[in-house]
Design a protein. Structure first.
Length: 110
């Protein structure tokens, strides 16, 4: 099991940068480098006892959130965010911040 864990860690480490920053794409003299937030998780367990007779299992998963892309053209290099991701992250943040401010204001009025 240890060798498998080490091989998995080495694979994810070497592929991590490639997962976060995708391969550059060239279109009409413009280079696009996609950027994403990537996270992996793995787990394993056993019921104990002898290695051959004990029950066990494992699993893993991951997700990727596209954040935007770096764009290189004749004007230079700039980051273009993914507007949908900003809205999905921003709306709950604004809601929580607004809720916190109302509680702070109520507490100060007392």
């Amino acid at each position: 099991m240890t060798n498998t864990s080490l091989r998995l860690a080495e694979t994810l480490t070497s592929n991590g940068i490639r997962s976060v920053y995708g391969d550059p794409v060239e279109l009409d003299g413009i280079t696009l480098i996609p950027v994403a937030l990537v996270q992996y998780g793995f787990g394993a367990g056993s019921m104990g006892g002898e290695p051959d007779t004990g029950a066990g299992g494992g699993g893993g998963g991951g997700y990727s959130i596209p954040l935007g892309a770096y764009v290189r053209d004749r004007n230079g290099l700039r980051f273009r965010p993914n507007i949908i991701t900003l809205l999905v992250v921003g709306i709950p943040f604004v809601f929580v911040a607004g809720h916190a401010w109302t509680r702070i204001i109520r507490a100060l009025k007392r």
